[in-house]
Design a protein around this ligand. Structure first.
Ligand code: IPE
Ligand code: IPE
Ligand code: MG
Length: 244
């Protein structure tokens, strides 16, 4: 796969979607779909780093709205994510990848076993600086933005800053993605064309690709196809083409 002709990307995000429909198509349980989905993660994320020099990859794995699903599906998903961390943490660590878990980890509904595994992965890799892997877990963009507002409001109230000090940079420092650049490209699998509360602030100027492939079928070839499509996009950021 040639990366030379591709437009460089610093931060890519994925909404992994379609695990359930992938399974249904095969007369399998939704759990089998999630299992197949989770098994795709490592290859795709590593390909972003190794094949295309992307510094940061974010993956939406469980939303604040996914609590609306049946408890047994939630349990399965958590177990699969737990297994993923236990199995792959040393690998990611050996490759210099810093794992960050973005989301509300204070939520009491998260089983302590899952929480411990997640925290251990974050702790083990916190000093790595080659690449960043953001796992969005119990993540909701509205929650993140409101949390940032509350923190900023209390800094103003305590007199640490004044309301006039609030700007993009200050606001971004209160988001989970603090210190990372905005998202260049967001890919959602399964054909759904919506964001489902994913990184609303961070995608302000992102390019979007909605591929029909279900996440368990998303592979390196499809990733390349998406990056090629991204490379053909003209990102203007409000300016005009070539300054003319
Ligand atoms: C996985 O796909 C995404 C998660 C919420 C874990 P889905 O489980 O949403 O699959 P579909 O959309 O039902 O096919
Ligand atoms: C979004 O997918 C959440 C994750 C991928 C983790 P959903 O499948 O939950 O989104 P909706 O409900 O179709 O919008
Ligand atoms: Mg879905």
């Amino acid at each position: 796969m040639k990366s030379e002709k591709l437009k460089p990307i610093k931060h890519i995000a994925f909404i992994m979607d379609g695990n359930g429909r992938w399974a249904k198509k095969r007369f399998l349980s939704r759990s089998m779909g999630h299992k197949a989905g989770v098994s795709r993660i490592k290859e795709i994320i590593m390909s972003c780093y190794d094949d295309y020099g992307i510094y940061c990859a974010s993956l939406f794995t469980f939303s604040t709205e996914n609590w609306n699903r049946p408890q047994d599906e939630i349990d399965t998903l958590f177990e699969l994510l737990e297994e993923f961390f236990v199995k792959e943490i040393d690998f990611f660590n050996s490759r210099g990848v810093k794992i960050q878990v973005l989301g509300n980890l204070q939520d009491e509904r998260i089983p302590s076993k899952t929480l411990n595994v997640i925290k251990e992965a974050v702790r083990k890799t916190e000093n790595n600086d080659k690449n960043v892997f953001n796992v969005l877990f119990n993540y909701g963009s509205r929650f993140e933005i409101i949390k940032a507002c509350k923190e900023i409001a209390s800094s103003v109230k305590e007199g640490i800053i004044s309301a006039e000090d609030i700007d993009n940079a200050l606001f971004e420092n209160h988001l989970y993605t603090k210190g990372l650049s905005s998202i260049d490209l967001l890919i959602r699998t399964s054909g759904e064309k919506r964001l489902s509360n994913c990184l609303l602030y961070q995608v302000a100027y992102a390019e979007f690709i909605f591929t029909k492939k279900f996440w368990p079928d998303f592979n390196k070839k499809e990733l390349y196809r998406c990056l090629l499509e991204y490379s053909k996009r003209d990102r203007r950021f409000g300016a005009i083409k070539d300054g003319k």
